[in-house]
Design a protein around this ligand. Structure first.
Ligand code: B12
Ligand code: SF4
Length: 446
């Protein structure tokens, strides 16, 4: 080992999210917080040199100078992560793997690493680094039951200074909370991290935003309103900053007037909302029954009237979906003028209740994790063939992002961030029309 400990933190590319030919154009690339957070957690007393590599924006150098390599792994990037891990280990580097996929499948990940970290790593990562320096590295570090984001000593501000600023649309990404209180059948969140919201002290988030001197904020929290009281407090604290922000919420945002009012006053201009389906039967199967399709149009209108752009997400391939579902969802999205709709193919991420159900029914067709990216069919659908699902999904993307489709939708979204909406629509149009080029196999099928 060199005298100064050298740490390389890498986010390996997935099939859709890759350098140069990647499908996520710069307009859709906001800086992830994973590696900047890990970099900030390296104890200063170690005097380590830390470098960050995001393979989604740059090719990795042929020779990375590092004693220890930490990689973040999501399911779609697992094969690439394991390939890189083998190369680095051959070169004598110590490889640590962490992230959602490692948390879901620790035994698999262990086979490819010197050590793994499961769960959130605010406490375990510094412990691992100290053990490494003392030549006492353990095989597995995990999040303790008492883990909390409330302990200020665990929360240095992310090292955004280590990122290549030019390659991202914005570095101003933040998170106030992690986790979720719901348990939708397809979701990795309750399985990986438990049904619990982890919350940072509000003054900590406000200080981070202030230090960035930014007026435009993107929250990565998977469900910012999981705990409504906390959300109200956060929104109240955002009001004096006079920023505008975008983030993620559930459809429940429309059902609490005080929360909704504070949301608008806090500067919210865009929300990603998982509508998932317009069928009650499907929502029942997926255990997302708090979504009520009868109320979707009213909610969408309410948000649009408040000047909030909706990034509405829909999933195809549930057991009640048939080939009629594609046109029904397409028409719903266009008629309701959803500003930025997104579609994915139902993906049974390993470890989820959905994966277990399909596995028990012998309906998993592929365990090539690189295809677990929401755009490939990896299971046998019930009311259509895998090919019909793949092609129907691709067709909806194209029709919703045709010039006519964009025109009809954005007409209802003349808000203060209209130029951003237009740019994002253009980026999604590119995505829609190039999707098939990014399939990892012929026609996107197994
Ligand atoms: C930014 C983001 C992206 C970015 C960048 C992806 C990346 N590689 O980071 C983009 C937009 C490209 C993206 C794409 C996709 N994403 Co995404 N994304 C996120 C998001 C919103 C934020 C990540 C983040 O910054 N989190 C904050 C940091 C601090 O938390 P963290 O990443 O969990 O890291 C902590 C721990 O997990 C741990 N840790 C993580 N990695 C490591 C590594 C080491 C070495 C150690 C020690 C610890 C450690 O330590 C950190 C501190 O506690 C998360 C959701 C979320 N809020 O986490 C989804 C998430 C990671 N994405 C997800 C998915 C499904 C996707 C897509 C498939 C979506 C789609 N249909 O297109 C694609 C996949 C693209 C591909 N494979 O090619 C899932 C992953 C599930 C899975 N099993 O794979 C998540 C968890 C969201 C969800 N709904 O469940 N995504
Ligand atoms: S509400 Fe969203 S984040 Fe929460 S469990 Fe359901 S899909 Fe996952």
């Amino acid at each position: 080992m060199s005298q100064t400990l050298k740490i390389a933190l890498i986010s390996p590319k997935g099939p859709l999210y890759r350098h140069k030919t990647g499908i996520f154009r710069k307009d859709l690339r906001a800086a992830p917080l994973t590696l900047t957070t890990l970099a900030a957690l390296v104890p200063k007393s170690m005097g380590a040199e830390v470098k960050i590599y995001d393979e989604g924006i740059e090719d990795l150098p042929l020779n990375i100078e590092a004693d220890l390599v930490g990689m973040t792994v999501i399911t779609g990037s697992a094969p690439r992560s394991y390939e890189l891990a083998a190369k680095f280990r051959q070169e004598g580097k110590t490889v640590i793997l962490g992230g959602p996929h490692v948390t879901l499948l620790p035994e698999e990940a262990k086979r490819h690493a010197d050590s793994i970290v499961t769960g959130y790593a605010e406490e375990s990562w510094p412990e691992l680094l100290r053990d490494f320096q003392n030549l006492k590295l353990k095989k597995h570090y995990t999040m303790s039951h008492s883990f909390s984001l409330e302990k200020k000593e665990n929360l240095p501000f992310p090292r955004r200074d280590l990122l290549d600023q030019k390659s991202y649309k914005t570095l101003n990404t933040f998170e106030a909370t992690r986790g979720c209180i719901h348990s939708c059948e397809f979701c990795v969140v309750p399985v990986a991290w438990g049904r619990k919201p982890y919350q940072k002290p509000i003054e900590h988030i406000i200080e981070d935003i202030k230090q960035r001197k930014t007026k435009q904020v993107l929250f990565y929290d998977l469900n910012l309103i999981a705990d409504k009281d906390y959300a109200k407090e956060l929104f109240r604290a955002l009001i004096p900053l006079k920023i505008y922000w975008v983030g993620l919420s559930t459809t429940l945002i429309g059902r609490d007037e005080e929360l909704f009012d504070l949301l608008i006053r806090s500067g919210c201009k865009g929300l990603l909302i998982g509508f998932e389906s317009i069928s009650k039967a499907t929502l029942k199967t997926t255990k997302k029954t708090f979504n009520n399709p009868d109320g979707y149009s009213d909610l969408i209108r309410k948000l649009r009237n408040a000047g909030i752009i909706i990034n509405g997400t829909f999933v195809f391939g549930n057991d009640d979906d048939s080939i009629e579902t594609f046109n029904a969802v397409r028409d719903f999205v266009i008629e309701n003028q959803i500003g930025l709709p997104r579609f994915s193919i139902l993906t049974p991420f390993p470890g989820t209740a959905l994966f277990n159900r399909l596995e028990n029914d012998n309906r998993i067709l592929s365990k090539d994790w690189s295809r677990y990216d929401g755009q490939h069919v990896v299971f046998q659908p019930k009311k259509m063939s895998p090919e019909e699902l793949q092609l129907g999904h691709e067709r909806v993307w194209k029709e919703v992002y045709s010039f006519k489709g964009i025109g009809k939708r954005v007409l209802g979204n003349f808000t203060s961030i209209f130029p951003i909406v237009l740019a994002a629509n253009t980026a999604y149009r590119y995505y829609a029309h190039n999707l098939s080029r990014f399939y990892t196999c012929r026609g996107g099928l197994v």
